[in-house]
Write a protein that binds this ligand. Structure first.
Ligand SMILES: [Zn+2]
Length: 209
């Protein structure tokens, strides 16, 4: 099964995607992780991306698509959950050329819930793993379970910045969401409890797909 997962920053999409991966036995592909990996291993693409991000410009569509193609080629027969892509209708059409998408999970969470949740969010400096002081604590305070890296609070998780990020997300994602709605692939998942047990949301998603 090939799934795309959509949701605003702080909707928990990374968390749900990695739990879905375990339940369905398919790969979890996050373009954010792929990009970090390219930069860390200093590939040609990684160096290009670094140049874009250090100059503050957006990484062009085709670079992200190339990285994704490379990674998807090994999973096409097994299925995957894709996170962070497509961000534009152009990318959605590119993805259609690469493979068939069976379902698009669209996480709907009220802004107030996201602001509350992100203010409790911690991220690993080393591997990018996400934790939450209330709902998903690391085993040792301040340290990443996966790699032992130091956890920190992101500047862009502050309420004012979050509200701005949500607006940017909505404006950007609306056309892509509508693209998939028109293809009858969209599965809307609603969740209004900031401290919801992630497994319950995953149950909801499993029923919908
Ligand atoms: Zn880590």
């Amino acid at each position: 099964m090939n799934i795309v997962i959509f949701g605003p920053p702080g909707s928990g999409k990374g968390t749900y995607a990695s739990r879905l991966m375990k339940r369905l036995g398919i790969a979890h592909i996050s373009t954010g992780d792929l990009v970090r990996e390219e930069i860390r291993s200093q590939t040609l693409l990684g160096k290009k991306i670094e140049k874009y991000s250090s100059s503050g410009t957006l990484v062009p569509d085709d670079i992200i698509t190339d990285i994704l193609k490379k990674r998807l080629s090994s999973e096409l027969s097994k299925g995957f959950i894709l996170e962070g892509y497509p961000r534009t209708v152009g990318q959605a059409k590119e993805l259609e050329k690469i493979t068939t998408i069976d379902a698009v999970v669209n996480l709907n969470v009220p802004d107030s819930v996201i602001v509350e949740r992100l203010s409790a969010r911690l991220q690993c400096k080393n591997c990018g793993a996400i934790y939450n002081e209330k709902t998903m604590k690391p085993k040792t305070a301040g340290k990443c379970d996966k790699c032992g890296g130091e956890l920190f609070r992101r500047v862009d998780d502050q309420p004012d910045v979050v509200r701005e990020r949500l607006k940017v997300y909505r404006d950007g994602s609306e056309p892509v969401v509508e693209f998939y709605r028109s293809r009858n692939l969209l599965k809307d998942i609603r969740n209004e409890d900031p401290n919801v047990d992630p497994e319950k949301v995953v149950d909801q998603i499993m029923k919908a797909i």
